[in-house]
Design a protein around this ligand. Structure first.
Ligand code: NAX
Length: 327
């Protein structure tokens, strides 16, 4: 049987953590034959550590055959030791009256420290997914704080946006969600993201031609996908958790096990693709094979799409500017 791999998860006692850990331990992320050791990080706060212990008691009570070990940590320097995968979920939420720049700098401190810890103690090929918001910029900070690790191994989660776009297209066309191929979401995980179905197909047919309604694209589809997070908060009184955890599982599973040529969306450091400056963590359509992702290149960008790319890039660059004095 396979040797266990180490999976670090931060914010492990939070809402997303609660929807995520049981699925990792059951093999849904890395395969039903892959034992895992969970290295769980929470803030040192007594309540958070106690809640984490409670979650670990429940994990024990599942008696998962693939759960080869489990640790609770309050310091990233121990939590990330030798880890093969790191899911950085914990972040500082925006409190009442907190300005955007305060949020950015509070998170910059967290992700600088976690990037440095990964750099110091993680596996040299650790694969990192940042879920905690602002996810793209937090991933950028962690990457910049870990100069000895491959840049390409730092990614941000846009998969929830991708999955939301798929389900809107399925509803609009009346076709099964699994029949949709070649969806793309560009840019920042924020309402400026550009969900793009120009290349999408269903059973070989163009989705754009099937829908044939540019007004719907601009005035219904894009705002619905872009504001879906806010709509969930409005309905549930809490932010997306199970769907976010599901997207994190999808992202890591596809990265580790491959997509068989299918497109998915990942936030990854640019190497200049589509004119995005190097190192900006940007949502791109990718395919995955052999544990590596590859950006889908050469897609035509029309005038409307270029405008949308410019808007989301501008927001990402403003976020980067807001933290550059801290790096
Ligand atoms: P919760 O507030 O329920 O849980 C967060 C947990 O992280 C808390 O238990 C907290 O103690 C812990 N934490 C905070 N700072 C930490 C640190 N420095 N080290 C370790 N743990 C730390 O939030 P939850 O609903 O689980 O959401 C977590 C993050 O995901 C938030 O930043 C949220 O904005 C973000 N999201 C990102 C999404 C995406 O698509 N990229 C979608 C869902 C979600 O909104």
């Amino acid at each position: 049987s396979k040797k266990p791999v180490r999976v670090a998860v931060t914010g492990a006692a939070g809402q997303i953590g609660y929807a995520l850990l049981f699925r990792i331990a059951s093999g849904e992320m890395l395969g039903k034959d892959q034992p895992v050791i969970l290295q769980l990080l929470e803030i040192p706060d007594e309540k958070a550590q106690k809640a984490l212990k409670g979650v670990m008691m429940e994990l024990e009570d599942c008696a998962f055959p693939l759960l080869a070990g489990m640790e609770a940590h309050s310091d990233p320097m121990t939590a990330f030791k030798d880890t093969d995968y790191a899911l950085l979920v914990g972040a500082r939420p925006r409190g009442p009256g907190m300005e955007r720049k305060d949020l950015l700098s509070a998170n910059a401190q967290i992700f600088t420290a976690q990037g440095k810890a990964l750099n110091a103690v993680a596996s040299r090929n650790v694969r990192v997914l940042v879920v905690g918001n602002p996810a793209n910029t937090n991933a950028y900070i962690a990457m910049k704080s870990a100069p000895d690790l491959p840049r390409k191994n730092f990614t941000a989660m846009l998969r929830l946006d991708h999955n939301r776009a798929l389900s809107q297209i399925a509803a609009k066309t009346g076709k099964p969600v699994a029949s949709i191929e070649k969806m793309a979401v560009w840019g920042n995980h924020s309402p400026t993201m550009y969900a793009d179905y120009r290349f999408a197909t269903i059973e070989g047919q163009s989705v754009k031609e099937m829908i044939n309604d540019e007004e719907w694209n601009r005035n219904v589809f894009l705002p619905t996908v872009g504001k879906r997070g806010a709509a969930i908060i409005e309905a549930r009184g809490l932010s997306s958790a199970a769907s976010a955890a599901n997207a994190a599982i999808d992202h890591m599973r596809d990265w580790a096990l491959g997509t068989n040529g299918k497109w998915v969306t990942m936030g990854v450091p640019s190497n200049g693709e589509y004119g995005i400056p190097k190192d900006v963590i940007f949502g791109y359509p990718v395919t995955c094979e052999g544990g590596e992702y590859k950006i889908v290149e050469g897609l035509p960008i029309d005038e409307f799409s270029q405008e949308r790319l410019n808007i989301t890039l501008k927001e990402l660059q403003e976020e980067q500017d807001g933290v550059k004095h801290l790096l």
